[in-house]
Design a protein. Structure first.
Length: 636
């Protein structure tokens, strides 16, 4: 069919036209009057919630959306230096947690577990929803609730969970070894595999080639719009088991791979030409290391091609269990909120019931709550009220720390606390806590968080992808590098899709960067690009790319896209070290270790303080920070 390219059409999905994340016209056309929502359909009781009071239903630009970060930039730029005035609320807490992501919520939970549920705890977050990167996207269409994730995707790491993190999951009623019990993807998406989309601008034709990693490599690359030389290069890379670094011991070979990029390995040792190298342009290895910034050693560990015939000294690998909730790790955040503020998620919930449960955001910050979660409140100053000489405060001092936060209307308020856990980004801490020692502040500024964009596209059905034979697509040079259907998970009263005729969420991943620059500079460039991109440009890119990839299989973006939620995270995943861009230092001298040292009654959690972009790291760092604060208060 002809490829529509005009997005400024009557079908254009503007933010003002969104009703619960789905175009208002679509809602009216599909369901008419709101029907009763029955249990077992994936729908939560109570009808379609109002996005004005229920953040998961909000669409357009989400993640770090306009209005959630600008004050933080003002803090960074020195507009809150010196004394910061604020209206004193008169509120005093045993603990204030800055940051309502999984690390912050875990810190509040660990504190209450140590000292009791009657402890007064306040969690502050700059977003209109809790969970940090673990955000929930929710759509209502055809009488069903369809959920997806706006950030943190799964319970998984390349190493086992700690005793602390495993214990918290068990306490929340989560067994991450049970994925097969709930995942219906193999049946629902039967016959649909992986494909690669080659675009006209870089490969001379727009063509989706199915069977990636499934068909024999010569057959797969024979269908790709590549020259015979590039095809031969790639077939050789994927099929020949050769020793590309001869004359070295396995240990020396491992060290050599740590000192070169995967790009240099492919071009200088395997002998790939420039055209063949383009095939790897969009591939983001763990934590968005690209082909030019990913050490060859790391690419080998991520199972990239080219290493099958090489004798390399490897470390023993042991991965964690992998579990995916329909809303990603937002379910972990919601289970923590269920324990912290029971009235906000009423009932005794576990992994089976939490996905279909509806949170009552009006109950998060009630004065009667022993733990309060205050959203849309961005912290601009954390300071001791007494001199924290050499980083200590007498244990007898109760009102030890003043916390100032800005409200959406621009006003500022302050509370006091016996102690504070900073579970926000490391990069902002030197600016909101200027009394920290300068070496610590410098260490906190070292990392550059990874920009990530998870776009949730609600499709009317998955028929075009079925006709194409794919459920996931890689797109070298694409605006979005990856696109894939959410797993078909049915859990508790939440029902995922039962076939390709059902509405389904397609996830599109974008990691803007600047090839050729050092990795941290690429992150900064990608962050600037993301912040400068308006909603309209993101929507147009989604529509144009999906039409180019799936148009030949009957896809029409006007008809088949029901909703788009762009979850942009300019400050995304925690920075992890690599052997190309970071100095090889003892653990105690690493910036993240120096940066997380306690100072008086202020301690630091978050995944940044572990230099690991995983949920278990966020949990472990929360446990450490709470333990340090208990010591500072003389409570252990």
């Amino acid at each position: 069919m002809a490829r529509p390219t005009e997005t400024d059409s009557p079908f254009h999905v503007a933010r003002r036209d969104f009703l619960g994340g789905v175009g208002a016209g679509t809602i009216l056309g599909l369901i008419g009057a709101e029907p009763a929502l029955a249990a077992g359909t994936g729908a939560a009781p109570g009808g379609t919630p109002d996005p004005a009071v229920y953040p998961p239903m909000r669409s357009g630009l989400r993640g770090q959306y306009p209005g959630s970060f600008e004050v933080a930039h003002d803090v960074r730029d020195g507009q809150f230096s010196g004394q910061v005035s604020a209206v004193d609320t008169g509120e005093h807490y045993d603990l204030v947690v800055v940051g309502g992501g999984i690390s912050g919520l875990s810190a509040a939970h660990f504190w209450r577990r140590a000292l009791g549920d009657r402890q007064r705890v306040l969690v502050l977050d700059n977003h209109d929803d809790f969970g940090g990167h673990a955000k929930r996207n929710e759509f209502h269409v055809e009488g069903k609730t369809i959920v997806s994730y706006g950030g943190t995707m799964s319970i998984e790491t390349p190493f086992p969970y700690s005793y602390i993190a495993k214990g918290l999951l068990a306490e929340l009623g989560i067994d991450p070894t049970t994925q097969a019990r709930y995942d219906r993807s193999a049946t629902v998406f039967a016959g649909m595999g992986a494909g690669v989309f080659f675009d006209n601008a870089h490969f001379g034709a727009d063509k989706l080639v199915p069977g990636f990693r499934q068909r024999p490599w010569p057959a797969f690359f024979a269908d790709a719009p590549l020259s015979p030389t590039a095809r031969a290069d790639l077939v050789r890379l994927y099929t020949e088991n050769r020793e590309w670094l001869p004359g070295l011991t396995p240990q020396a070979r491992a060290q050599a791979l740590k000192r070169i990029s995967y790009q240099d390995f492919l071009t200088k040792h395997v002998g790939l030409g420039e055209e063949a190298l383009r095939f790897f342009a969009g591939q983001g290895y763990r934590n968005n290391m690209r082909v030019d910034t990913c050490p060859a050693w790391s690419a080998m560990r991520y199972r990239a091609p080219g290493f099958a015939g090489m004798d390399i000294a490897e470390t023993i690998e042991a991965e964690s269990a992998n579990f995916h909730f329909p809303d990603g790790n937002a379910s972990i955040a919601r289970l923590l909120v269920n324990r912290l503020v029971p009235d906000a998620l009423p009932g005794a919930h576990d992994m089976d019931s939490v996905v279909a449960a509806r949170a009552d955001y009006a109950r998060l910050d009630l004065p009667a709550n022993s733990t309060r979660i205050r959203l849309s409140s961005i912290v601009v100053r954390v300071e001791h009220l007494t001199d924290a000489a050499h980083g200590t405060v007498p244990t007898s001092v109760e009102k030890a720390v003043r916390v100032v936060y800005a409200r959406p209307d621009g006003s500022r308020a302050s509370v006091t606390a016996a102690g504070v856990v900073l579970a926000c980004f490391n990069n902002i801490i030197p600016f909101i806590a200027p009394e920290l020692p300068e070496p610590q502040r410098q260490a906190l500024r070292y990392a550059s968080k990874v920009p990530m964009q998870y776009t949730s596209v609600l499709l009317r059905n998955a028929r075009a992808m079925q006709r194409a034979g794919v459920r996931q697509i890689e797109a070298p040079f694409g605006y979005h590098s990856y696109a894939f259907l959410d797993p078909a998970i049915t859990i508790g009263d939440y029902a995922g899709p039962t076939g390709v005729d059902d509405p389904v969420v397609l996830k599109m991943i974008r990691n803007p960067n600047a090839p050729g620059l050092p990795r941290r500079d690429q992150h900064r460039a990608g962050r600037a690009d993301m912040l400068a991109t308006p909603w309209e440009a993101s929507e147009r890119a989604v529509r144009d790319q999906l039409q180019a990839m799936l148009g030949p299989y009957g896809f029409d973006h006007h008809r088949d896209i029901l909703a788009i939620t762009v979850n942009r995270w300019p400050h995304g995943y925690a920075y992890t070290y690599d052997t190309l861009g970071d100095p090889d230092l003892p653990e105690r001298d690493r910036p993240h270790v120096i940066g997380r040292q306690p100072w008086g009654r202020i301690t630091i959690a978050n995944a940044d303080s572990a230099a690991q972009a995983y949920t278990n790291a966020a949990i472990d760092m929360a446990h450490r920070a709470v333990g340090e604060l208990l010591v500072a208060r003389g409570l252990t």
